[in-house]
Structure formats: C-alpha cells, structure tokens
Ligand binder design. Sequence first.
Ligand SMILES: *Cc1c(COP(=O)(O)O)cnc(C)c1O
Length: 320
Amino acid sequence: MANIEEVEQARSRIQNIIHKTPIVHSQSLQEKWGRRVFFKAEHLQKTGSFKIRGAANAVTNAVSNGATLVTAASSGNHGQAVAYVANELGISSVIVVPTDASPAKVAAIKAYGGQIEYCGTTSAERIPHAKSLANQLSGVYIPPYDHRDIIAGQGTVGLEMVEQLPDAEFIVVPVGGGGLISGILTAVKAKRPDILVIGAEPALANDTALSLERGEITAIGPTETIADGLRTSQPGDLTFPIVSELLDGLVLVEEQEIIEAMRDIAARTKQLVEPSGAVAAAAIMSGKAGAPGQTIVAVISGGNVDLPRFAGLLNAAETK
Ligand SMILES: *Cc1c(COP(=O)(O)O)cnc(C)c1O
C-alpha cells in the first residue's frame, strides 16, 4: 500500500514540474450553498488537471531508471499530462487514443509533444496496445491510476490542502479509478486523521459505490456520464484496498447536479471547471456531503472543457 513517505518523496520529485495550486473561496457561493466551502483549484494546474502530479512522479522515476520513452492509453487528461511531462524531461511519448478521439484533445496532446497512435474505441483495446508499444520500443507504460507512483503523486494534493487550510474538517474528492482519492487518503490520514475524507461519484458511474457495498471490486457497463474523467468501469487493484480501508463515505451525484455546480462556480467564482472537476462541488451543493458550519474543501480536479461544450451543457440543462 502506498505510504506517506512515498507521497513526501513524490512532492520533492515533482515540485519543479507542477504548480502548487491555490485554494479558491467565494463568499457569494458560500451564501448560496449555505456551506463554508473552499476549492482546491487543480483546474489551474499545468495541463489543466491534477493528472500531471502522478504522471510527473511516474515518468521521473522511469527516467531515473533509464527510460527514454513512455506510453499511455488516454485521449484525456492523463494522456496530456504524460505527453507534457515526457517533453519537459526530454524523452519521447506515444499516446494511444481511440479512433473517435476529439480533434481538440488530439491537438492538445500533439502540442505537448506527444506522438499519437490511434487504436479501437475501448480502453480494453487501447491499454494492451500501449503496453505492447512500450515493450517493442523499450519504453515504459504509464497507467492512469493503478500504480504506486501515480497514487503517491496524486497524494501531493492532500499534503498541500492540509497545509494551506489547517482548519479543514471535511474533504470531498471525485472518484474515477481512485488514484486521486487513494493518494489524498494516504496523505491526509497520515497528517490529519481527524479530517473526514468523502468520495463523490456520478450516479451513472457508481462502480466504487457498488464495490464498497459488495466488499469486492465490481465492474459496471459502459457509461455516458458527462463526467468523462470518471467513466472508468471499476476501481483499481491497488486503489480499492486503500479506499476500502480509509474512506469515510461516498456519495452519488446526478448529471443535473454536476451541471448546476459548474454553472454556480462559473457565475460566482469566475472559474471554468470541467464536468469531472465539478463532481465533488456538486456533492456539497446538493447537501449530500458536508454540514453547515463545517469547513469543507472540495477538490476541483480539472478544467479541460472547451467553451462550446461548456455552453452546450448549460443550455441543455436550462431547457429541461
Ligand atoms: C482522472 C480524473 C479524475 C479521477 O481520478 P482517478 O484517479 O481516476 O480517480 C477526476 N477528475 C478529473 C478532471 C480527471 O481527469
């Protein structure tokens, strides 16, 4: 299991690559939601999401073991993060994306210096391809969440939060494959075991909720939640034991609540947040996580949504 020493070590490894992100607060949003809420602003992170923390830790480690090439299977935030970090560290990256990947995402990966390789439409096709490419090219495959270096890197979000907001009582984190929340749990429960840590998942992608209920890793079918960073079908072999042991609770949010949270955050704090990035905030806004009077921190995990999609989601919600 990942431990606090690994998170501390990750912090010193990645500090020159990543931003230490601010905590954002809005009095007007606090009044509207009736909650003393703060946001850990990972949408302001380099490459637009926290994924660069784990990627920076894993790729730095691979480079110190002699790697000159890394591969990943993701057209989203993980793919962008791995391409960016590889380029910063002066090595090559090959990012395997689905044949129907959006041109904007492909362009972002290329702009960060990643080579694109198209493969299939499912992660079940892409992951083996990225692994075998790594083998063929004597490179290292970098997974998105189920890896000690990734978990430790994401844990640096937790270290920063407890230092930046020592009076925090309640932390809410979005859950996909569980790398982010496992890292945060590892850091926060070591430093401040008194702080409650709650996960938030879209009701349409409730694999971790189901797995916790059944006490074993449980997969769900394909999901179309707008929170595309949280569409993983099941928790990881390394992340699930951490979540099972340390998590204080998990809440589910509806699609409409995610959109409302995105809208409120934009209107009141002037921040642009992607759907996955708004899931923890939606849990607080809807009253499912955190009580009045508590000092609550929501992790805003990413901001990579283009303006037409952002506008489209808000408009579709208005006309419902
Ligand atoms: C990947 C991602 C998540 C989920 O992180 P996991 O480590 O897979 O649980 C949440 N939000 C955004 C924006 C992401 O890119």
